[in-house]
Design a protein around this ligand. Structure first.
Ligand SMILES: [Zn+2]
Length: 265
């Protein structure tokens, strides 16, 4: 919990270190000298005696939104009972979230806006892709500018952009940038498995929606091809489109034409 200090400071509080504790003025009673201490995922006020989880405190301070739906509540309950080693495992959309409004990896600012892709100081150097079911937040896909995905699901596994894939035809890609590229090429019914390691979970999703025509569009490398083959064997109503060597949907410059040639209707 080393960054709680800087987060509080950036939100206008004046935290003070005392040994393992970080102290601020208590929001639950009036005081002039800080007597509310935070240690790991826990706080205690030595003035009024109020204590509880760090998540609860951050909600009270207005730094994070209170989750409003049950599925988030369940996860929150779990978090309350566990030690949170890092603020980035918090649930919900931070209040300082800003829609990402640059062109990046061939994805336009408009596409990022449509998908509510955001940045926040809770997740330094990461782009955050929310997973929605109707208007409810079901997960956050966190893509560090360098490195692998981190995913916070609020409940069970769901592919990215699954809400647009509940019809019987869908296109499945590996990553979130691939999904946005395919969407930009005019295909809304695209979802990302969020890494080839989720292929097994993904077949359960396909069965649950009874998908009939699944186009597997994984990367043109060994990992992508072997995951595509595995998925195609596990799920019968699917076919593979083989990407050119060392390309993925996000990097292919003529993606739209490539899809028009290869997608089976
Ligand atoms: Zn107090």
């Amino acid at each position: 919990m080393s960054n709680i200090y800087s987060i509080l400071e950036s939100q206008g509080y004046k935290p003070q270190h005392k040994g393992e504790w970080v102290f601020i003025n208590c929001p639950f009673h009036l005081e002039e000298k800080p007597s509310l201490g935070i240690k790991q995922d826990f706080f205690k006020c030595f003035g009024c005696g109020k204590s509880g989880s760090l998540i609860y405190l951050l909600e009270e301070l207005g730094i994070i939104e209170k989750p409003e739906i049950d599925v988030v509540g369940n996860i929150k309950e779990k978090l309350l009972n566990s030690v949170i080693s890092n603020l980035s495992s918090l649930v919900g959309i931070p209040k300082d979230a800003k829609i990402f409004d640059r062109e990046y990896r061939r994805i336009t600012p408009n596409t990022y806006r449509v998908f509510n892709v955001f940045t926040s100081k809770f997740f330094p150097d990461e782009l955050i892709f929310p997973i929605y079911a109707e208007d409810n937040l079901r997960g956050l896909v966190r893509k560090p500018l360098q490195g692998k995905y981190k995913i916070n699901f609020y409940g069970k596994y769901l592919p990215y952009n699954f809400a647009n894939c509940l019809s019987t035809n869908l296109i499945v890609v590996e990553g979130v940038f691939d999904a946005l590229s395919v969407w930009q090429a005019g295909y809304n019914n695209v979802c990302s498995v969020l890494g080839t390691g989720n292929v097994y979970n993904f077949t359960r999703f396909l069965r649950s929606i009874k998908a009939r025509n699944v186009c597997i569009l994984f990367d043109g490398d060994n990992a992508g091809r072997s995951a595509a083959k595995k998925l195609n064997e596990m799920y019968s109503n699917s076919y593979i489109i083989d990407m050119p060597e060392d390309t993925d949907p996000n990097s292919l410059s003529n993606l739209k034409e490539f899809l028009q040639r290869n997608i089976k209707q």
